[in-house]
Write a protein that binds this ligand. Structure first.
Ligand code: AMP
Length: 401
């Protein structure tokens, strides 16, 4: 069975075509600059490529080009789109409506679009892509929606409610939703599999650290709390996002700087975090390099992230009344051995002992990085959201037969 995985943004359409027989990637690429001019970059498993400009006024033209490169020319990988059994879409916000992977219907597309108010950057483009996909790709090919928020729908109200007037929840749907759910679900299951343990018996803190970062308490395979909130702005300091700040600081800064709501949101989402604190870059590698050359603000930004991660690990161990494993994933979590060391050192009280000889230099590989006598296992687990979307899509379409 071949599954096409789509991750659509307002101006891009990232895709992977997977062969589910061995879960290998047959082709992947990106239709970029939609609504601006248009460019496609496509690579096949055996190194054939398409890298060319072409007009993409809307997502529809991008899908038409995608069908063309998949089925025709030097870098084609299927004879016709009928070889593709289903299309799985990454959807950022499913709110309380979608607590699991869902077959896409016209009503589901409308519901996803209606949630745009909660995720303006993501959900409307997702809906555009779903409609375009239905129009262009054989209308009979099932489409499946996999939601970033669905994994966190198991959080109890005491974890997801804010201490604001109840009408904010009832009328405005303001609550913690959590994000990166597909990644947290993939890596925690991958860890349980690596340990040959039933995830139902495990208490895991999953640290997804990248440009956006979130930390999740996974108890018995279920998310019971997570660091991101109503939007992906909450939690630890990120590349350009502030993470948690006192709400009064937000109203104070808006007043002092003369920002309206949209400008304030932009300030916190795009000009804060590593970039805002260091004044240098949002990228962890740049921050690490600047810190090693003595830049004190870059050093501070890195220290803040490490400190906040430690706090989340401690607090999540407390709410789960125990901890079997901590895992690191995402661009920073998988590659930054110095961050993993700084987070895990001086955590003996919690039962965490890092094996520095294994941790050092380890990048992007599944591996245990704690010592054999560490009470809590510490692991690096590479994430693969596309693969989980493809697996979910396959399972759902098979259940329809
Ligand atoms: P992601 O959003 O998951 O793609 O992660 C992006 C982040 O990972 C950026 O801040 C990068 O600097 C960081 N990153 C990627 N590779 C490395 C590496 N080899 N060492 C340290 N940080 C890295």
């Amino acid at each position: 069975m071949k599954i096409l995985v789509i991750n659509a943004g307002s101006s891009s359409l990232k895709y992977q075509l997977l062969d589910m027989a061995d879960e290998s990637v047959i082709a992947k690429g990106n239709c970029d600059r939609i609504g601006i001019d248009g460019h496609i970059k496509h690579t096949t498993f055996d190194g054939r490529t398409v890298d060319t400009d072409c007009p993409f006024p809307t997502h529809t033209e991008a899908f038409e080009k995608l069908v063309e490169v998949l089925t025709m020319g030097d870098a084609s990988v299927v004879k016709s789109m009928e070889e593709i059994s289903a299309v799985g879409h990454r959807i950022v916000q499913g709110a309380e409506i979608f607590d699991k992977t869902t077959l896409v219907t016209d009503e589901v597309i409308q519901q996803i679009d209606d949630l745009s108010e909660l995720a303006p950057v993501h959900n409307h483009p997702h809906a555009l892509a779903l409609r375009a996909c239905k129009k262009v790709i054989t209308p009979t090919t099932p489409q499946v929606a996999v939601f970033d928020t669905a994994f966190h729908q198991t959080m109890p109200p005491k974890a997801y409610m804010f201490g604001m007037p109840f009408e904010c929840y009832e009328k405005l749907h303001v609550r913690k939703y959590g994000f990166h759910g597909t990644s947290h679900r993939f890596v925690t299951q991958a860890l349980a599999d690596a340990l040959h343990r039933d995830i139902k018996d495990m208490k895991i803190v999953s640290c997804h650290l990248g440009n956006g970062s979130s930390i999740t308490a996974v108890d018995g395979g279920k998310s019971i709390d997570t660091s991101m909130g109503f939007t992906p702005l909450d939690g630890v300091i990120m590349g350009t996002r502030s993470g948690s700040v006192d709400p009064s600081a937000v109203t104070f800064v808006a007043k002092k700087m003369g920002f309206n709501a949209a400008q304030m949101s932009d300030y916190l989402n795009k000009q804060s975090g590593f970039l805002g604190v260091s004044g240098i870059s949002s990228d962890n590698r740049d921050i690490t390099a600047a810190a090693s050359h003595g830049d004190s603000r870059a050093k501070l930004a890195g220290e803040m992230l490490r400190y906040e991660i430690k706090k989340f690990i401690g607090s999540y161990a407390a709410i789960m009344n125990g901890l079997d494993a901590v895992l690191f994933t995402g661009g920073i979590g998988e590659n930054s051995d110095d961050l993993r060391a700084d987070v895990c050192h001086n955590m003996e009280y919690l039962g965490i002992k890092l094996d520095d000889s294994v941790n050092e230099g380890l990048r992007g590989k599944l591996a245990r990085i704690s010592t054999l006598d560490s009470k809590v296992e510490v692991w690096v687990v590479p994430t693969n959201e596309e693969l989980l979307i493809a697996r979910d899509t396959k399972a759902l379409v098979e259940s329809l037969k």
